[in-house]
Design a protein around this ligand. Structure first.
Ligand SMILES: N[C@@H](CCC(=O)N[C@@H](CS)C(=O)NCC(=O)O)C(=O)O
Length: 322
């Protein structure tokens, strides 16, 4: 039995859940409290989720791609990598690159979207079990939302999305990937590997970001993703997708017009240089009770002056995408 320490909606966790299911391994999920991570303190690896503890071997480790590599080495069949060494290396580089770029940027934009449109979803996601779920109740939710929002802004710097050119970087990364999949069907070797699993999982948060969800040249990519989810029995939507869809249906609009994203701006965005990675990068900044209030101006800026304007809500063309 493998214990998987998780936050249910995390796209990095979904990578590992998918790999465990693909390999038909027995596992049980342990939901952690994101702020204390008390449940993981006894392990001496980094305290991010996913973290696994394999009761059969005693191994405990975090970081989704090394976890998948460990699963592959310990439980080789069915394989998620490749017997061919060149393909294996290519899959590994795709995984680390996507973890270090796509996964960070999609997380940034999805949280930004939630803060812009329905910050009251944050207590539901982060505090469902704290003090018997009291913060997820309607009255306290309204009070807890800005505090959680400020904390997340401090941790991930959503107030810098424009300066850091997050939309531009994502678009220039995804367009060639979409074209490649249209041509080849899979990222490496013409068959499903951990590279595809990584891409499909880490792309999930973008399904709440209208600029990408409705992008005419990315529809084939979301269709590819939906097809994989269906073929592998993955959840069609995550809780935050449903929460934001309900909110949009209620108010009839969504934050979808990225004001500064002109064709010229996109043209000028340099594609990210591809380097050989040994480990995945992360973008979390330390937050404590002293620095938390510093997140409030960024939170308010994101809520009211993000530069991402309202457009009329229309459900996405694709089945399963809100
Ligand atoms: N590169 C890591 C990223 C893991 C990561 O950033 N996990 C987030 C959840 S999406 C986390 O543990 N967040 C808790 C925190 O921010 O303290 C991986 O692939 O597992």
């Amino acid at each position: 039995m493998i214990d998987l320490y998780k936050l249910h909606w995390s796209h990095y966790v979904e990578k590992v859940r998918w790999a465990l299911d693909f390999k038909r391994l027995a596992w049980r999920g342990i939901e952690v409290v994101a702020f204390t991570k008390q449940e993981m303190q006894r392990f001496d690896c980094s305290k991010t989720v996913p973290l696994i503890h394999d009761n059969a071997t005693g191994v405990a480790m975090s970081d989704s791609s090394p976890i998948i590599r460990y699963l592959e080495e310990t439980y080789p069949e069915p394989t998620l990598l490749s017997a061919d060494p060149d393909e294996r290396a290519a899959v590994w580089q795709w995984m680390l690159t996507l973890d270090s770029t796509l996964g960070l940027n999609t997380r940034r934009l999805a949280y930004s979207q939630i803060i812009m449109e329905c910050p009251q979803a944050l207590p539901t996601l982060f505090l469902p079990n704290v003090l018997g779920g009291v913060f997820a109740r309607p009255g306290l939710r309204v009070l807890a939302a800005p505090i959680l929002g400020a904390m997340l802004v401090r941790r991930f710097r959503f107030d810098r999305n424009r300066i850091d050119r997050v939309y531009e970087q994502l678009e220039t990364q995804l367009l060639p990937i979409a074209a490649r999949l249209e041509r080849d069907g899979f990222l490496v070797g013409g068959r499903f590997t951990a590279a595809d699993l990584t891409l499909a999982s880490l792309l999930r948060p973008l399904r709440v970001v209208p600029h990408f969800r409705d992008h005419p040249r990315l529809q084939s990519l979301f269709a590819w993703q939906a097809q994989l989810f269906d073929a592998h029995g993955r959840e069609a939507t995550f809780a935050y997708e449903d929460i934001i869809r309900v909110q949009r249906e209620r108010c009839g609009t969504m934050r979808g017009r990225v004001g500064w994203l002109t064709p010229d701006a996109l043209e000028a965005a340099a594609p990210t240089a591809s380097e050989t990675l040994q480990v995945a990068r992360n973008d979390q900044h330390h937050v404590d009770s002293w620095s938390l209030p510093l997140g409030l101006p960024g939170y308010l800026k994101l809520r009211w002056f993000s530069g991402v304007g309202r457009v009329r809500y229309a459900p996405a063309a694709l089945h399963g995408v809100g």
